[in-house]
Design a protein around this ligand. Structure first.
Ligand code: AKG
Length: 307
């Protein structure tokens, strides 16, 4: 656990979080608020509107999520990613070299697998999303699954999701699902507090200034007006300072689901797990089927698909 109660009973972060060579100062770190799914769909929707996210504790059966983690790592074992001799559900990273070609090919197979499809479309989640979206929920076919090795510099830079999905409705909802426990020091998502309003303003500015771009560029994250990759920045302390906000972190557990707004600014921090566990998660996007669908997301994720 990265988050513990101090002598006064207040929950605090045990160790600092860092990404891209920069450590987030303690005064710029806060804790994500968790939500018990039992409070009901109306209250959940209200929290999502207010905060730009809702961290649903234990929405999915924990044991099934861990079984799926084991299944994924069993398929990746031949790549050299996993240390031998451990239960694959632990996902302990090997120290030797990895066959990246094989790992990439295997990940592309995994995101096309019936097992992953079933995980993302499990009845509990689908029923929840139907209620949340007040209609028939549509799950975008392009779904991402990511692993992060401990002790590496890999961490998703700060961004908001609409940048990658400008070709359809903005009434999108991302579900970020930890596949296994992801305590804060393992580099789960951090959210810039209250930044869904900021993302909305940034998007309005982009739209207002995009008149010189071609129609394709106007919906692409890769255009002359965006930073490389559509990111806002890799410097998390600087963003927090600039916008006078805190990064909210959490100890996520298998079974949790975080829903976030397409405007909220979020990022990941380094995986610094001392027991060398691989961080595994999936991020998938839902919307109401009656809203306009971004056709570019109607294919499976391919590496280098520029979305
Ligand atoms: O898991 C990650 O590192 C990034 C996920 C993400 O950016 C998202 O869920 O929108």
């Amino acid at each position: 656990m990265s988050i513990v109660a101090n002598a006064a009973g207040v929950e605090v972060m045990q160790s600092p979080l860092a990404a891209h060579g920069k450590t987030i100062p303690a005064e710029r770190l806060g804790l994500l608020t968790q939500t018990d799914p039992a409070i009901g769909i109306r209250a959940i929707r209200r929290r999502y509107e207010e905060d730009g996210y809702v961290w649903l504790k234990g929405l999915l059966p924990r044991a099934e999520v861990i079984d799926f983690r084991r299944w994924v790592f069993a398929r990746l074992a031949d790549t050299g990613l996993l240390a031998p001799g451990y239960d694959l559900a632990l996902g302990i990273a090997a120290v030797g070299s990895v066959d990246w070609n094989l790992a990439n090919r295997m990940m592309m197979s995994l995101v096309r697998s019936a097992a992953y499809e079933g995980f993302c479309a499990q009845p509990k989640l689908v029923r929840f999303m139907d209620a949340f979206l007040q209609g028939i929920s549509y799950l975008h076919k392009r779904k991402l699954m990511r692993y992060v090795q401990p002790g590496t510099a890999m961490a998703t830079p700060a961004h908001y999701d609409l940048v990658y999905l400008r070709g359809g409705t903005s009434r999108l909802v991302t579900a970020w699902i930890p596949i296994g426990d992801i305590p804060a020091e393992m580099g789960g998502l951090v959210y810039l507090e209250g930044s869904h309003a900021l993302g909305r303003r940034m998007e309005a500015d982009f739209q207002a200034n995009s008149g010189t771009l071609s129609p394709e560029e106007r919906i692409s994250a890769y255009n002359s007006q965006m930073a490389e990759g559509g990111w806002i920045s890799k410097d998390l302390p600087d963003i927090a300072e600039r916008f006078n906000a805190r990064w909210l972190a959490a100890d996520y557990e298998a079974g949790d689901v975080v829903l976030h707004s397409p405007y909220i600014i979020h990022a990941a921090t380094n995986n610094e797990d001392r027991t060398r566990r691989l961080r595994l998660s999936t991020d998938i996007r839902y919307q109401n089927v009656d809203d306009e669908i971004d056709a570019r997301w109607s294919n499976h994720w391919s590496l280098g698909d520029m979305l």
